[in-house]
Design a protein around this ligand. Sequence first.
Ligand SMILES: [Zn+2]
Length: 264
Amino acid sequence: MLERREYFPNVIEMNYQARQRLGCCVYLLYDGPDWMLIDIGYEETVPEIVELIRQMDFPLSNCKQLVLTHPDVDHAQGAGKFQELVGGAEIVAHPAAVQPLAEADRISTFAEIAAQEISLSLQPIQVDRTVDEGDILSVGGVELTVWHTPGHTGSQLAFRRNELLFSGDNIFRDGGVGAIDAHHGSDIPAFINSLKRIQQSDVEWLLPSHGPAFRNDERLLQQAIDRLDAYQHLSDFGTCAIDWPLLDQWEEELIAGSEPDWKQ
Ligand SMILES: [Zn+2]
């Protein structure tokens, strides 16, 4: 048997367990023999992850569910392979994730970024159960409260367990946030609200979908909120902005007959 490296009580994280970067964070929550996963990552790492789980003495057939924080290819691609290897396991996601997963939507999942010659395989994934804000997910006596935290994408979920928040792609330890991309359904005002919710909560630890866990730090969250607040009014993220004050200023200057500096 492989010794379990407990990341937090009743929580194992597979990259931490392997002491090796496998991909996105794959959280295993357990109570007795029953377990569930939050995200699974790319298909190529699924056999290794399942083997580690087996070696840690979790009966594969006791997997209650694989919950997807959102349908991005780097979080969900391995879902089908995972189901195959553990002999079933319910796939759980937000209602807005159902269609992109079922249709293996290559654009909104980042499987296809043609301009960068990124083209990853993605098989259709059938969601067995949807969860939304306030729902409870449980494995044995371990309960998670579902938070709907749109912004990075409309279907982004986070999961609270006491002082822990499995925070998805909302924010990472370096203060970065999940990619803002119009084709991905990113919504900056919604993102700001999700970050404020995390900031104002009494959650103590954030367990993100990429990188290490970190403390819920008001200043780190505020820096991200301020940055996104600026992006709402700048061209940096194109159609994700809500307005562009520069163009209003320009219009006023045109009407007023302003001249370039060199003429003054
Ligand atoms: Zn991600």
